[in-house]
Ligand binder design. Structure first.
Ligand SMILES: [Fe+2]
Length: 614
């Protein structure tokens, strides 16, 4: 077997946990006289563990090819077992170990693995009942998928269902194979293997989204991984932890659209696979670094070769629109968008595309044509949320609509009742740009690696901006029951005017909210945990709190701190605000701790929010 074939076999195992046993050679002796026993060897993404005698050493390996790591891994073993004198074994002994490991790999049952890798999930039709499984087949023949709702491990014969590929396409130096599954049951976990003439893949799984509008959805949305693989891998690992129903990816996966970069990108994408083998579907858009539509169509088998398409989720809860800003925005694409939106009956509508209409950095061109062809339709048909990319900075807007009327700026004006919220702009690893072009309708902007974690339910949408770098140490994986909880170690953007959760209420709720005038914090959804703003405000170390409230009309809100016996302890004012929801950070003076106090927000002589202050 050629070194290349060996390397490929090893790369195939990139996310596989396994054990190797050495019945024929249970004990090795290094040239230094150190004896050690290789009892198990496991590769648990992204680390290699070697157990030597009773000690154990871990070799972090985020990006070095496995074979290369084996050949140069500096085994350090303890002389005399647990003694303090640690020394490095000779190169010769390391090479012997490396050779034995490689040799044993080829003799092990894993040598019968299928010749497939770079797995990905996409949709071409109803996500609740279909799934496209894509992969590269680099050798062998007769690839197919066996699957079922029970986990039979790698026993291919035990799976009751089988499907053959619907499409083969050579692209980016890979033979891409797509198996399109149909007739699936919603809200069901399917276990599957990719089987070919030489063996079977590892056991993987996917989940069909539910089809119930009264149950929430979890979505990750971002874009622009480009050339910073370390950040992209950190984001990919967070996908594996959070287990969203799917990922919306706004293009610019690679920098140069070369075969090598795409192969690396798909290798890195395997980090989105959870430890239990679960893959997360990707809904892909095209960016300007994809030189043609084929880059997306041939790798993700999206429903339309022109890379604009829509998908329905959760039985009428959500429809997503993926648009192609590298294709004429008007003409056929605009006609299709108008017709689709006009017939759309879902409760929520989201859109994604690559180029930001109004970039929040000065070095990027304005995209007036996107406002004209798309932004106007978003407003006309009630688009709720738009995820943009390309700029490599961070922004979120107030609800806005296209306008040239007095008070508008750069073609938009704030409209809390019927406007669309725009978020973005990239940052899944691409070089960051300055957020130096805010607008009057900008809610907040920033500059850091991020993606959006979006929860959708029947009453509201919650958008959290995940700070990738700070959250890269998250260890705990959500399960399907805890997917609406934040694992320990997650960091969210505490954005101006927002806090860490940007909420979008149903439009009827917005109207009612503004009529009834309750604080925004009261609009939480019980089914989603950690969602509601607290009824209790706890001062941080600097004595500051973040206060959410809703203005019924324009005016200057007032903050009152009231102690026991309704004694006024402090009074302050916030800047003048227009109608709508707000979330402001308020620096409080030194106040006694441990005594019961209330924080009251008043506007126009009325109480618009009230909290217990601690
Ligand atoms: Fe771009």
């Amino acid at each position: 077997m050629s070194p290349l074939a060996i390397s490929r076999r090893l790369k195939l195992l990139g996310t596989y946990d396994f054990q190797l046993y050495f019945p024929f050679m249970p004990q090795l002796t290094s040239s230094s006289g150190t004896r050690f026993l290789l009892t198990t060897f496991s590769w648990a993404r992204p680390q290699v563990h070697g157990k030597l005698l009773k000690s154990r050493r871990t070799f972090p390996s985020p990006s070095v090819p496995f074979a290369a790591r084996l050949l140069r891994c500096p085994f350090r073993v303890r002389s005399g077992g647990e003694g303090p004198g640690e020394r490095r074994t000779s190169v010769a002994s390391t090479s012997v170990v490396s050779f034995l490991l490689l040799f044993t790999f080829l003799l092990s049952p894993l040598a019968s693995s299928a010749n497939t890798q770079r797995y990905r999930l996409t949709w071409r039709a109803d996500p609740a009942t279909t799934m496209t499984i894509g992969f590269e087949q680099y050798h062998g023949s007769s690839a197919r998928v066996v699957y079922g709702t029970e986990d039979h491990g790698r026993d291919a014969n035990a799976y009751p269902l089988s499907a053959n590929p619907a499409r083969f396409v050579n692209h980016a130096g890979m033979r891409n194979v797509f198996v399109r599954l149909k007739g699936l049951t919603p809200a069901t976990v399917y276990y599957f293997l990719v089987v070919d003439s030489d063996g079977t893949s590892r056991r993987m799984s996917f989940e069909t989204p539910h089809d119930s509008p009264d149950r929430p959805l979890s979505i990750i949305a971002g874009g622009d991984s480009r050339n910073n693989r370390e950040t992209a891998m950190a984001a990919n690992r967070l996908v594996s932890k959070l287990k969203p129903h799917f990922v919306m990816f706004g293009g610019d996966m690679t920098n140069g659209d070369t075969p090598e970069e795409w192969q690396q990108w798909l290798d890195d994408w395997q980090a989105t696979i959870s430890s239990d083998g679960r893959l997360t579907p990707i809904v892909a858009a095209r960016g300007n670094h994809e030189r043609s539509n084929e880059s997306i169509y041939e790798i993700f088998d999206v429903p339309n070769p022109k890379v604009y398409y829509s998908l329905d989720f959760a039985g009428g809860l959500l429809r997503t629109y993926t648009l192609n800003s590298l294709f004429p925005a008007g003409g056929d694409q605009a006609d299709w968008l108008e017709q689709d939106l006009a017939s759309c009956k879902t409760m929520w509508k989201f859109a994604q595309y690559h180029h930001s209409m109004r970039p929040h950095t000065v070095s990027k061109p304005e995209r007036d044509e996107l406002i004209y062809h798309w932004g106007t339709k978003f407003y006309r048909y009630g688009m709720n949320l738009v995820v943009e990319s390309d700029v490599h900075t961070v922004k979120q807007t107030w609800p806005i609509r296209p306008s040239q009327e007095p008070g508008s700026s750069q073609g938009f004006i704030r409209d809390d009742l019927r406007g669309t919220v725009y978020v973005g702009e990239g940052c899944w690893g691409a070089p960051l740009r300055a957020n130096n072009d805010n607008k009057p309708w900008t809610r907040a902007s920033g500059r850091f690696n991020q993606f959006k974690w979006i929860w959708v339910d029947i009453n509201q949408v919650q958008v959290r901006t995940v700070m990738i770098d700070r959250s890269s140490y998250v260890v705990q994986e959500n399960n399907l029951e805890t997917r609406f909880k934040s694992p320990p170690g997650m960091y969210y953007w505490d954005a101006a005017n927002t806090g860490d959760v940007l909420r979008i209420l149903r439009r009827t709720e917005v109207a009612n909210s503004m009529a009834r005038n309750p604080p925004l914090a009261a609009q939480s959804t019980p089914s989603i945990q950690a969602a509601s703003a607290p009824a209790v405000l706890v001062r941080d170390g600097n004595g500051a709190v973040r206060v959410s409230y809703s203005m019924p009309a324009g005016g200057r809100p007032e903050i009152l701190i009231v102690g026991a016996g309704n004694r006024l302890l402090w009074r302050g004012q916030l800047p003048v605000r227009g109608p709508g929801p707000y979330s402001d950070k308020v620096d409080l003076p030194e106040l006694p701790r441990g005594t019961k106090m209330e924080l009251v927000v008043k506007a126009g002589g009325k109480v618009v929010a009230k909290y217990e202050l601690r």
